[in-house]
Structures are given as C-alpha cells and as structure tokens.
Design a protein around this ligand. Structure first.
Ligand code: SAM
Length: 296
C-alpha cells in the first residue's frame, strides 16, 4: 500500500514535554518525511478538534519517535572534542556570508553534515574494515572525514573530494587541533573528474563514502565496482539513499532517480546490499563474495 507522501512543510519540533529532552550534542534539524507528516497530522487533528484521546495517542507516537532518535544518539559513543567543535562551527558559521562572497553555490545548511550517529558509525566501520585508504565524496566542514580518519592507522589516508575550495580551507582550520587531521587530504574539483583520473591511474580504496552531488552517484557506483576503484573486500557507503524520502514516496518528483540508483546496485547480482535507516538512509554495498562464504 502506498501511503500518502504529500505534505512536507517545516513543522516545529515542539513536544508535550512528556518524553523529550534534546541533548545539545545532537544533529538537531534533520526531520524525516514521516516526522514532518506526523507533525502536520497533529496540527490538522487539533484544528479539526478531534477527541482528546485520539490527539493524545498521535502526540505520544510523535514523542516516541523523537525520544527513540534522541536515545539512539545518546546511547552512541561521544565524538572527540574536535568533532564537537566542528559540529558547533557548522551551526554557527555564516553560510549566507559565504554565499554572498561567491564561495559556495547556494546557502548551505548545517544539517548537511553527517552528525554524531553517522560519524561514529563510519568510524566504527573503518575499524571493522581495517581500512587504510578511504575515499569520501563531499567534504563540507569535514565532520565525516575526521570521524573516519580517527579510526585510520597512522599511515592511513582519507582523500576527500570537494568542489568548493573555500571548504577545503574551512575544514582544515576546524580540524587543525586533531592529531588525526594529517591523515586527511582534500582534492578540490568536480568529483567525477577526479574519480576518472583516479580510476585511470589504477587507484584503490578500502572504503568509499558517497556524500556529494546525488546526480553523480550512479557513475560513482560504476567506478567503484565496474572500474574497481573499490579494493577487493572493500565497502561502499551511499549516503542520502532515501533522497530526502523520495525512495519510499512514489509520488515524489525524485522517486525515479532514487529507484534508478537502487536499481544500479540491485541489477549487479554480484553485489550485496544493506539499507540502513540512519538519517536520510545509508546504503551499504559490498561484493557478494566478500560477504557470503563457501559452505565447504
Ligand atoms: C552533504 S555535504 C558532505 C557532508 C560530509 N561528508 C560530512 O560527513 O559531514 C556535500 C558536499 O559535497 C560537495 N559537492 C557537491 N557537488 C560536488 C561535486 N560535484 N564534486 C565534489 N564535491 C561536491 C558540496 O560542496 C558539499 O560540501
């Protein structure tokens, strides 16, 4: 059954106070499509004067969703001091000023950074993978890059591809107090062009994290698995695989794009995939032979 995926207005984050306690150290403004839909439903139910017990039930459901998210973040290991600083600066930075100076193509939003849950997930995965070389597409303020670099060995390297020169400088400044910052190298330019040069040069990465322009994703998946930019045994992570909810909302204008991305992976039968419902969806892809072993 296809649910109503319309709506989408902002919606406040207010709550009845029963089950809510925003920590200051969480990614605050990411609102999923179901969250926003529920907020709208509550507003409409109030306006329509529904029975108090009905309003109480749906408000309670909204609060539980919020509390579950907060609990998930609180239960996760705290990020390093430098990551906390990057998070704070990501929120306090004058993005409008950056845009006015022509340093970024539009007014970037702080919620573009990966945040505590995804950052610690990435860090943990780098350690499980035993990765030595990581490719990130999309640096922004460097939160994801430093999260991953913290789990790299001293001679490991994370290469981050970023189209805006100004962000290379900003991220370097924000990460400078961390001893792990030296493991991060930023390549400025359109990611597809840099990746083309990398595949031609036979470069390999143990982990690839796609978090840049969504339009590039299909070509980047092909580069990873058809051109073997991803090492044997490596892991590809695709952020925003829900494409802001479009993947599970068939009426969304970006639904076809989200499905085409999934199909690019799904049609390659030698690939194993797990869709993680974290933030805007993280699709984890590995070669089947690295996941499923022989029985004999
Ligand atoms: C969602 S943010 C990345 C967040 C970051 N990975 C993190 O974990 O905090 C996306 C970034 O991709 C960059 N970007 C957009 N298009 C790009 C392209 N074609 N090539 C390289 N970088 C690009 C943007 O400038 C932006 O900084």
């Amino acid at each position: 059954v296809v649910s109503n995926c319309g709506g989408g207005g902002g919606g406040g984050s207010g709550s009845s106070g029963r089950c809510s306690s925003r920590s200051s150290n969480t990614k605050m403004s990411f609102k999923s499509r179901p969250d926003r839909e529920l907020e709208e439903g509550i507003a409409q139910a109030k306006a329509a004067g529904v029975a108090p017990e009905v309003l109480e039930k749906i408000t309670s459901a909204r609060d539980m969703f919020q509390r579950r998210e907060e609990f998930t973040i609180e239960a996760t290991s705290d990020p390093s001091e430098t990551l906390v600083k990057i998070e704070q600066k990501t929120y306090s930075h004058d993005w409008q000023g950056f845009y006015d100076q022509g340093k970024i193509p539009w007014v970037y939003k702080p919620v573009m950074y990966s945040g505590k849950l995804e950052g610690q997930f990435l860090k943990s995965l780098v350690s499980i993978q035993g990765a030595k070389r990581i490719l990130e597409v999309g640096l922004f303020t460097g939160y994801g890059a430093l999260s991953m670099a913290e789990a790299l060995p001293a001679d490991g390297e994370l290469v981050s591809l970023e189209i805006c020169e100004s962000l290379k400088d900003l991220a370097a400044d924000l990460a400078k107090d961390s001893p792990h910052a030296k493991k991060i190298r930023v390549e400025v330019g359109p990611a597809l062009e840099t990746v083309k040069k990398m595949t031609q040069a036979g470069e390999k990465f143990d982990m690839i994290f796609l978090d840049g322009d969504k339009k590039d994703y299909i070509d980047l998946v092909k580069a990873a698995f058809d051109d073997n930019l991803l090492s044997e045994g490596g892991t590809l992570l695709i952020d925003n695989a829900y494409v802001i909810g479009a993947a599970y909302c068939p009426s969304d204008k970006n639904h076809a794009m989200a499905m085409e991305l999934l199909e690019t992976v799904r049609s390659r039968k030698h690939l194993h995939r797990v869709m993680l419902p974290m933030n805007d969806g993280v699709l984890m892809v590995r070669r089947m032979k690295d996941v499923e072993r022989d029985a004999s």
